[in-house]
Design a protein around this ligand. Structure first.
Ligand code: F55
Length: 812
């Protein structure tokens, strides 16, 4: 903490900017170009204009931001702290312009210079500080907390390198480092005064009956703040990202001066590695010391900051739960329980039980997965090495937890064998544990935490995920947004249930035609981008059928591509059968070490090579896989899709949020009874959803049948034909056995039940084909999907978190 240079008497309100008229905004833009960026209009590049524009827009975020912060302090409000290792934000320029109500002014001013807003916005790199759904959910929730007026901070890491960039070489995924900070970011405010020491390793010593942790090394966490402005600019919160900074004494100047440059810098480099790169793992590999250290680095800096802010206005830490709610986004920050207990006991004189009581009432834990391999576990040895004091605390919590289970023969343990179970720890130190869809929360109760649930029957709640309609409709789909506003008026952006007003127009041919035109415009937009960026031409009269998400066996991109092969074979057998032209669109990254997922990517690309170059079928079927799928590609693609593939093995996709984005943009879903698909189908009506496949219960039963894979293949002639074509090297003529591994999985294990669901999926695709041939019918279904998706606004999710978990009232 540095010395105060606060100057009383000058009120920030007196510094407010004039109204954002085009004249003022024009001045502000040119001012920033010249005096912030240091360029003249005659010599400015696209980058220079983007930076100037970003600063001119950022200026407008500051007043709402200060006003919200001041109100929260003045009214001594409870705040929520959302701890997440990932915030998959994407671009911010247009998002801020829309939420601040500046978009039209910006376009007008740029037009006056002959500049295109779209071009400039496209220059911004995505902040890809997340892997997929979990990270994007955190970003949607930040935006909704600001929109509904929930005083909140997001806490994360300021990774120098976000999720790797993906390219394809001969169909294979190649990863290269992502470098979003290379040109600097205009959005964040560096806060050197908000910096904390985070300790690692060392020993615990006993001093007059007290345990004292003496870390071996310390790394400085430095805050970078980005304002998060809600729609309408009525409230703004802070996203605080920690950057790891070496302490000054780590740099060995004498050694450097004697010529050992690398050795002198090594300890510094090690310290910085804590925020160097986002882990690309969708499934954790245990035992990674750097990952555990990153998690503790985020958690410790955040908890220290939270206590500092609380103690600036209060002195009684027993009342912390009245003012502070900490939400853990999965178990990644689950060391928050032990850390808070440690600080209360070791530094604030609490008894152990009182500290546990306070921590538990403050903390909440959101679970995002049931996959056993994705549940975090750290070895006791690693814990002892990195966080010895925390291990002691976890051991004591474990003892208490076992006692709580009385005489249960095989008690659940926070430490089982040589592993710390972070899910069980997070549960034991939280007052609420939530799943992310109705089905998932039920499975969390029954399959994941049955014993915990018995001991604490009120702890598990469901909060079905949501998405922000500002980014995923208003920003991404301007044509549909305009049609909606023209039809039902403004206000749907913050009250998405108003989309119901579209229902009464679902049968109106004029509205159907207008709706169809918005879809066609979005398809042309996506096709234009694909042509410019990747040199691929698409027929925009075709059905756009999209599956975009991380590559994972449970998400079953394999089922999709196998069906695509079957479809191709049928077209070839009977080219004149009146097939609906289709474009199969794939997008998504595989974790670098996930070999099966990488084989599936290569198969999709190989199939594309053959199918797209087949003159007999190329007017009827295409397979495209644009590389490097992320938030910005999703914004272009999702509005253009007719069909949304949500085909996970039932019981395995916790919720899905892409499913919501597609349906909100008028794509129909082909999907299983999994995650939020179930609730989407209930909302939009079963007649407007293409359902197929085994249920979660049936999945469990089928897996128990010996040789279920072979049996299912033997029942399905189309699937046999597909597998035979792959085995013969139809898609890998230079290497017949390239897919021997995948074929072996299909015949001999098929844990994800691709074979078992193949025929049902095929039949549902047949239904899709029939429905699409009747444009009025299709349009009607699509309109009803949009009209009935209001429930999936993340504003609704956030209001549920506020009432069910955080006990916070909105400030607006
Ligand atoms: C990231 C890092 C690790 Cl170590 C493990 C998992 C992840 C990750 O990205 N998980 C993830 O995205 N989970 C998804 O969360 C979404 C939001 O709740 C769900 O919709 C989706 O079903 C789930 O798979």
């Amino acid at each position: 903490m540095s010395e105060s240079f606060a100057v009383p008497g000058i009120r920030s309100d007196d510094l407010s900017l004039p109204e954002p008229t085009p004249e003022h905004f024009r001045w502000s833009l040119l001012h920033h170009l010249q005096y912030t960026v240091g360029k003249s209009p005659e010599h400015a590049s696209k980058f220079d204009w983007r930076m100037a524009l970003s600063h001119a827009i950022r200026d407008r975020a500051v007043n709402p931001w200060f006003a919200s912060t001041r109100r929260t302090w003045a009214e001594d409000r409870k705040r929520v702290y959302y701890l997440s290792m990932e915030f998959l934000i994407g671009r911010l320029l247009e998002d801020l312009a829309i939420n601040l109500g500046l978009r039209d002014v910006v376009v007008e001013v740029l037009d006056g210079f002959g500049l295109s807003f779209a071009d400039i916005a496209e220059d911004e790199p995505d902040a890809a500080l997340g892997n997929g759904g979990l990270g994007r959910l955190a970003a949607c929730y930040l935006e909704s907390m600001a929109t509904v007026g929930c005083p909140a901070y997001g806490y994360g890491l300021r990774y120098e390198h976000g999720l790797f960039e993906q390219r394809f070489e001969h169909g294979r995924q190649i990863e290269t480092p992502e470098n979003w900070l290379a040109e600097g970011t205009p959005w964040d405010f560096t806060r050197p005064e908000s910096a904390y020491q985070v300790g690692f390793g060392g020993e615990v010593a006993e001093e007059d009956g007290h345990q004292l942790w003496r870390p071996r090394s310390r790394v400085l966490a430095a805050a970078h703040d980005t304002p998060v402005v809600g729609y309408g600019g009525r409230w703004a919160n802070t996203l605080r990202l920690w950057a790891a900074m070496p302490n000054a004494d780590l740099f060995d100047l004498a050694r450097f001066n004697s010529g050992e440059f690398a050795a002198a810098s090594e300890p510094e480099a090690l310290a910085r590695s804590l925020s160097r790169v986002l882990y690309p793992n969708d499934t954790t590999e245990g035992g990674k010391e750097l990952r555990l250290s990153q998690e503790y680095f985020l958690t410790s800096a955040s908890v220290q900051d939270i206590l500092r802010r609380y103690l600036a206005a209060h002195d009684d830490l027993t009342r912390l739960p009245e003012y502070v709610a900490i939400q853990m986004n999965d178990t990644h920050p689950a060391i928050a329980g032990p850390e808070l207990i440690r600080l209360l006991v070791d530094e604030h004189g609490f008894g152990f039980d009182a500290a546990v009581d306070v921590a538990t009432r403050v903390l909440g834990y959101t679970n995002h997965t049931l996959l056993p391999e994705a549940l975090e576990r750290w070895t006791v040895d690693l814990m002892r090495k990195v966080l010895p004091r925390h291990l002691q605390i976890i051991e004591r919590l474990d003892t208490q937890f076992v006692e709580l289970q009385g005489s249960r023969p095989d008690p659940v343990r926070l430490i089982g064998g040589d592993q710390v179970n972070m899910g069980d720890l997070a549960f034991a130190t939280s007052h609420r544990v939530n799943g992310v869809s109705a089905l998932h929360s039920e499975l969390v109760r029954k399959d994941l935490f049955p014993v915990h649930d018995e001991l604490h029957p009120d702890r598990i709640v469901n909060i079905t995920n949501g998405i922000t309609p500002r980014r995923w409709l208003r920003l991404a789909n301007p044509h549909l947004s305009r049609l909606i506003t023209d039809t039902i008026g403004e206000g749907w952006e913050t009250d998405l249930e108003r989309l119901r007003g579209l229902e009464q127009h679902a049968d109106d041919p004029a509205f159907q035609a207008a709706f169809g035109r918005t879809k066609h415009l979005a398809k042309e937009g996506f096709a234009g981008w694909l042509a410019d960026e990747h040199g691929i031409e698409l027929p925009t009269n075709a059905l756009f059928d999209a599956q975009v998400k991380r590559l994972h066996e449970y998400k079953r991109q394999l089922l999709n591509i196998l069906w695509t092969i079957a479809h191709w074979q049928r077209i070839k057998r009977d080219p004149g059968a009146g097939w609906v032209p289709r474009v199969k669109i794939f997008g998504g990254k595989a974790a670098p070490s996930y070999h099966t997922a990488k084989d599936i990517i290569r198969l999709i690309n190989d199939v594309g090579q053959v199918v797209n170059n087949d003159p007999e079928t190329r007017d009827l079927l295409r397979v495209v896989y644009p590389p490097n799928y992320g938030v910005s590609m999703a914004e272009k693609l999702i509005p253009a899709a007719d069909l949304s593939e949500q085909i996970s093995t039932a019981g395995m996709e916790a919720s899905g949020t892409g499913n919501m984005k597609f349906a909100l943009n008028g794509a129909l879903t082909i999907g299983t009874l999994d995650g939020a698909n179930i609730e989407i189908r209930e909302q939009v009506g079963p007649e407007n959803f293409f359902l197929f496949g085994l249920t979660a219960d049936e999945v469990a039963a089928r897996r128990a049948e010996p040789d279920h894979a072979r049996a299912a293949i033997e029942r399905s002639q189309p699937l046999q034909d597909v597998l035979q074509a792959i085995a013969e090297g139809t898609f890998s003529p230079d290497e017949t056995h390239r897919y021997g591994g995948l074929l072996d999985l299909m015949w001999n294990s098929d844990w994800f039940l691709v074979a078992s669901d193949f025929d049902a999926y095929d039949a549902a695709q047949g239904e899709v084909e029939r429905a699409y041939r009747d444009p009025q019918h299709w349009q009607r279904m699509a309109i009803l999907n949009v009209a009935r998706m209001g429930y999936f606004s993340s504003d609704r999710s956030i209001r549920e978190y506020m009432s069910e978990i955080w006990d916070i009232a909105p400030a607006l």
